[in-house]
Design a protein. Sequence first.
Length: 182
Amino acid sequence: MDDSGPPPRRRLPAAGPPRRLARDGGAAPGDPRPAAFVLTVAAAAASTGLGGQDPALDRNAAIRWWTRRTAHVLIAGTVACGVLLGLRAVGADQVPTALVVRDAAGLMGLAALGAAVCGAAHAWTLPVGWLALSSFAPPLTGVPMEVVTWMLQPPGTAASTWTALTVTAAGTAAYAVTGPRR
C-alpha cells in the first residue's frame, strides 16, 4: 500500500468571482459602471429577503416591525458597501468611497421601495431597471440627466447625491411603515 500523503491543496484567489464582477475589461480605473453593477446585484439579492414568511404573523405580532425593517435595509446596504470596499483591499479597480456608499444606500432604498410597492419577489426590478435606464440613457447634460444617471455620476454631484438620499429615505420609510406588499 503506497501512502504518499494527502492530495495537494488548491489555492483559490482571495476575492474569487466578485472581484471579476467588479472589473470590466474595457473600463478604465475609477469607472463607476462595474461598481454600480456589483452593488445592483447585491441589492437585488438582498431584496428577496425583504418579505416575511407569514403575513398573519406580521400583522398580529407584538413587536415593532418598523425598527427591524429599517435595520434590515440598513444592514443589507452596509454589507453590499463593505463587500465592494473590501475588494479594494485585494486590488480591484479604485472607485471613490463616497460613490460606493452613495450608490449602496440609494440602491437598497430602491430595493426597499420595490418591496413595499411590488412585493419582495419583485423588489429587484427597481434597482435593476434604474441601472439599465442610467446605463443606456443618451449622454445628455443637465440636472434632469444627473438625476436619471445618479449612480454613475461623480461623488460631488449635488443632484446625484440628493437623488440617492431621497430614494434611500423614501424607500426605507415606505418599507418600514407598510412592510412588503403581499
